[in-house]
Design a protein around this ligand. Structure first.
Ligand SMILES: [Zn+2]
Length: 426
């Protein structure tokens, strides 16, 4: 979908009227930038399942699941979710890839390199220059935002003709703000609305995500989320509690680790990606003092065995990623019956492509008590008013939502203007 403002063309190639797969090209006669190059999981699911997997990265491109980003030699990535980062394997040698944080990117990408399925294509080939987005020579101004992937940025771009703010994905608050504001401030010295005001920025066109305008169930507000986790810990005090988390949702993980500590329990990490990411977060922000891990390829914490946990299940909380919980339960069989699972999901299904039905059936078969909680990585629709009052854009383009026209109607009611696509749009 193509939009024009002054002499600037804003081409939302992917991510318009759909959730995920953002791919945005902004150009005038002198300059061109590309923001994100994500995987469209809603489309991925139309072609693939357990039996039919992608045979190569080019196939994904042919099917319109990933964009033609090899036509560009410079790409800015807002955050590391795959519906924004995408498949890097096809980028040309010599491409400058600006990522939110180079160190975090390197730890994040490592397991993909060794993957035995199509996700191996997520990692870039040798010769792509991975750089930190803050070192882009002031062409694009990254503004730190809070999201379920850390770090995440909104991207502000002034090409001399039009001033554009691309929101990326973002939320305005998380449980961590309420649980430990000091830690929160160490993680984010500033967030979007504060920094925008301080820098005195002006925006002509705001490309703003609207994920929660089309979500089937509303996610929990931070203080309800904390209360609910407290209730679960208190009521199941003698049971083994297992939590599935997304390793790159730093604020979510930190919140759950804080509650675990407050309840006098010790975290045990399971799964390589979680072990490595938690270790990285811990080295930067000191999240835990005592923690264990199960035996794994990577060893970053002291090892504990399953027997010890089953002997005193009330002392530990197992942190893991989805799928691992089922394997754990299958191995232990009777011993883990009556255990409690807290399954945290942050994103809507279109962003991650998960099927929760199979998991639920397993949890039931294994005798687990399941709490499925959603803590969103996105702002709530009622928060848009406040966002617009700070940014004061001249035009708004809703993206990353299935409710484009709903958002436009609402935006008009608030006294702002929604951009209309140009005549010969795709
Ligand atoms: Zn995201």
């Amino acid at each position: 979908m193509e939009f024009n403002y002054n002499n600037t063309k804003i081409n939302v190639k992917q991510g318009f009227n759909e959730i995920g797969g953002n791919f945005i090209i902004i150009e005038n006669k002198d300059n061109k930038v590309v923001f994100d190059q994500g995987i469209r999981f809603s489309r991925f699911k139309k072609f693939y399942n357990v039996n039919i997997q992608p045979s190569n990265a080019l196939e994904l491109r042919k099917l319109g699941i990933i964009p033609q980003s090899d036509e560009f030699n410079k790409i800015f990535i807002s955050h590391l979710h795959l519906d924004h980062l995408g498949v890097l394997h096809l980028l040309n040698v010599g491409t400058s890839l600006y990522v939110p944080d180079k160190d975090i990117f390197n730890v994040f990408i490592e397991p993909y390199k060794e993957s035995s399925n199509w996700t191996a294509y997520v990692s870039p080939p040798i010769g792509v220059n991975v750089m930190d987005i803050r070192d882009n020579g002031n062409e694009v101004l990254p503004l730190s935002v809070e999201h379920s992937a850390y770090p995440a940025y909104s991207l502000y771009y002034n090409n001399g003709d039009t001033r554009i703010l691309y929101s990326g994905d973002f939320r305005l608050s998380s449980p961590l703000r309420f649980l430990d504001s000091d830690l929160h401030n160490r993680i984010h010295d500033k967030t979007l609305l504060e920094e925008y005001g301080e820098k005195g920025l002006d925006t002509d066109v705001l490309l703003v995500e609207g994920t929660n305008f089309s979500s089937a169930t509303s996610p929990m507000q931070p203080h309800y989320f904390i209360e609910q986790i407290n209730n679960i810990f208190d009521s199941h005090n003698n049971s083994l509690i297992m939590i599935s988390v997304d390793p790159i949702d730093l604020e979510g993980l930190a919140s759950l680790l804080l509650i675990t500590k407050m309840k006098g329990k010790i975290p045990v990490f399971s799964g390589r990606r979680l072990i490595e990411m938690t270790n990285l977060w811990n080295s930067k922000f000191q999240l835990v003092d005592t923690a264990y891990q199960f035996e794994d390829k990577s060893i970053e914490f002291n090892i504990i065995d399953e027997e010890e946990i089953l002997n005193s299940p009330q002392d530990y909380v197992i942190f893991t990623v989805k799928g691992n919980l089922i394997n754990f339960g299958r191995r232990l069989s009777d011993a883990s019956k009556g255990s409690v699972i807290i399954s945290i999901s942050t994103e809507s299904k279109a962003e991650s492509g998960e099927d929760e039905n199979v998991e639920d059936n397993w949890y039931r078969a294994l005798g687990f008590i399941i709490y499925r909680l959603r803590m969103s990585g996105h702002y709530y629709p009622y928060e848009l008013k406040n966002i617009l009052e700070t940014i004061k854009p001249k035009k708004i383009i809703p993206i990353h939502t299935e409710a484009t026209s709903v958002m436009c109607e609402y935006v008009k009611k608030l006294g702002y203007s929604c951009a209309s696509p140009s005549y010969n749009s795709e």
